[in-house]
Design a protein around this ligand. Structure first.
Ligand code: HEM
Length: 558
């Protein structure tokens, strides 16, 4: 064969390569939904933008409401309409209920021995049953209500002190983001979220709360149950969380590294998101993540020991950890599962609620009309001479509508948590092969102009005009997901967000700092599985109740 013939054979083969690849792809995966063209090995990893919900919404406009994205060599199917969300979370719910675990979640969860990262199967069904029947029952949540009210009033007291103490309230600006989440807020965040949701409701003795620590430090009235250990644990919780945050951030992608310090300041919790690029991890990252488990595990084991001791001395309390102790034989729970469940509650319940409050507050300072309407309702129902209680919620429909509207526009987990196909299914004529990751872009679904009027307008009234469920029954708005993996803490989450916003608005009026226009508030998300406001909100708080005693914490010991 002469050179010219060789060249034409080579060219013919080169022309055949795309066809061969297409046929191979078809053979392996069937007819996948369309999507951006993947590159060899890395797929679309370098095309995907850091704020993935926005990027996927943009791509969906180009490739359609069901599309395939290649994050490395695995296909991820992303759906972006209510109709397709229903296909994923209802019609094919059981086949699409496994979890995609990256290396960090694989290690944190010990191969899915908890609830969040467990695949759908016998273990999952068992722990989910435990959650539904024992942990998140209306009775238990009601029993823990005074603790939530204690914590939220502690937040109010703290803001009041900040705004009324000369010199503390710099330039008249209070950063809601920082206040609720970080810095001075480190204490508040611990009080409000970590210690509140996780420590008190879920895992730890109330003696670990910052106030109790302060009391111990200052020599208060209440003798600690076991002083040494408690002090150790209080700092241990922080150490474990910081350590995981530090390591997760360090092990993350370039995008994440830039944000790491800021996110640390703001109190990003344990299983913060990692940009997909970070999932391609080297041995150093793996070793790093392995180390990260240790402080958390050591700490949790100590807390469990302490609870076991206290259980013998004073009987069972209502905290989640006590429930888990009492029930571990009945449900045959391993240590890994008890520890995994405790950390699940911390990670799943902390960021989500705080993020939701920050976004809601941003909408409220941008929309004074809505703020005034909530305050008018609060004044009418609660009045100005007592504090708001959770029992007031049924009489506060506008506040509830506001929470729903905020979670519609700003779901804190805009892509939910990643699901994975345990068997092949067909959706909209396309094949979703076994092992594919499946994502519902709930952020995009809730902004779809085909199902929402003026979707970008912040208008709580839309939830008064129509009774729309946000806990998984209506596929147009899915901040908590739907189907068998729907968030088990949905009602608790709604109550926490309503309580925080209700108190913030009942006690204070909020406005933008001098010179800031509503359109100047940057409503952009951070990259990640959970999306904070990229620019922390700054707002000015003015107390609006007459009596000073209404700003005091309502303590409750449990
Ligand atoms: C505003 C607050 C909250 C929001 C928006 C939220 C949202 C979500 C979402 C979207 C999922 C994933 C659903 C799926 O994969 O299909 C989820 C799962 C979960 N959430 Fe929440 N959540 C919130 C608060 C809480 C709280 C307070 C707790 C508990 C203390 C909690 C515990 C969990 C757990 C354990 C899971 C895993 C469920 C499973 O995999 O089966 N969440 N949440």
């Amino acid at each position: 064969m002469d050179a010219a013939s060789l060249l034409s054979v080579a060219l013919a083969l080169a022309a055949l390569i795309p066809i061969l690849l297409f046929l191979l792809n078809r053979l392996l995966y069937g007819k996948l939904p369309p999507g951006p063209r993947p590159r060899p090995v890395v797929g679309n990893l370098f095309d995907v933008q850091p704020v993935r919900c926005r990027c996927y919404q943009e791509w969906a406009r180009k490739y359609g409401p069901i599309m395939t994205v290649w994050l490395g060599s695995e296909p991820t199917v992303v759906v972006s309409t209510a109709e397709l969300a229903k296909e994923v979370l209802k019609t094919h719910d059981q086949s699409l209920a496994d979890r995609q675990r990256d290396r960090s979640s694989e290690r944190f969860s010990r191969g899915g021995m908890d609830l969040i990262w467990a695949d759908y199967g016998a273990h999952y069904i068992k722990v989910r049953k435990l959650c539904n029947l024992e942990l998140f029952t209306p009775r238990r949540l009601e029993a823990l209500r005074p603790i939530r009210e204690d914590e939220v009033t502690a937040m109010v007291e703290s803001i009041y002190t900040t705004v009324t103490t000369p010199g503390k309230y710099e330039n008249g600006n209070l950063s809601v983001g920082l206040l609720l989440i970080g810095t001075r807020g480190f204490q508040i965040a611990q009080g409000l979220c970590l210690y509140h949701v996780s420590q008190k409701n879920c895992a730890y003795f109330p003696t670990y709360s910052p106030r109790r620590q302060r009391r111990e430090a200052l020599g208060g009235k209440e003798p600690p149950l076991d002083g040494g250990l408690q002090q150790h644990h209080a700092s241990g919780v922080r150490e474990a969380v910081r350590e995981r945050r530090r390591r997760a951030g360090r092990a993350g992608s370039r995008v994440q590294v830039d944000r790491d310090q800021r996110n640390q300041d703001r109190g990003v919790a344990l299983h913060r998101a990692v940009h997909p690029v970070a999932q391609v991890a080297g041995p150093r990252r793996r070793a790093d993540l392995q180390g990260a488990r240790r402080p958390a595990r050591r700490l949790t084991v100590k807390i469990m020991d302490e609870h076991a001791k206290a259980l013998k001395e004073r009987g069972a309390q209502q905290h989640f950890v006590d429930a888990l102790f009492t029930l571990r034989d009945k449900y045959d729970l391993s240590d890994d599962t008890v520890i995994g469940l405790l950390w699940d509650m911390i990670t799943a319940g902390t960021d989500t609620t705080v993020i939701s409050v920050e976004w809601a507050m941003a909408e409220l300072v941008k929309n004074p009309r809505v703020q005034e309407k909530v305050q008018e309702e609060l004044d009418r129902v609660v009045g100005r001479d007592r504090v708001l209680l959770e029992t007031d919620f049924p009489n506060l429909p506008y506040l509830q509508a506001l929470v729903k509207e905020s979670l519609r526009l700003h779901p804190p987990t805009p892509l939910m948590l990643p699901h994975k196909a345990s068997s092949s299914v067909k959706i909209a004529g396309y094949d979703i092969p076994k092992g594919a990751n499946v994502i519902v872009n709930v952020w995009a679904v809730a902004r779809d102009p085909n199902v929402w009027d003026n979707p970008l307008e912040f208008r709580p009234e839309r939830f008064l005009q129509e009774n729309i469920d946000i806990k998984g029954a209506d596929f147009r708005v899915l901040p908590f997901g739907a189907g068998r993996r729907v968030c088990p803490g949905a009602q608790l989450g709604i109550n926490l967000v309503a309580s925080m916003i209700g108190h913030l608005l009942h006690n204070f009026s909020w406005r933008l700092p001098e010179g800031t226009r509503p359109e100047d508030v940057e409503m952009m998300e951070t990259p990640g599985l959970v999306t904070f406001m990229a620019t922390p909100l700054k707002a000015v708080a003015t107390p609006r109740l007459d009596k000073e005693e209404l700003y005091r914490r309502v303590p409750y010991e449990m």
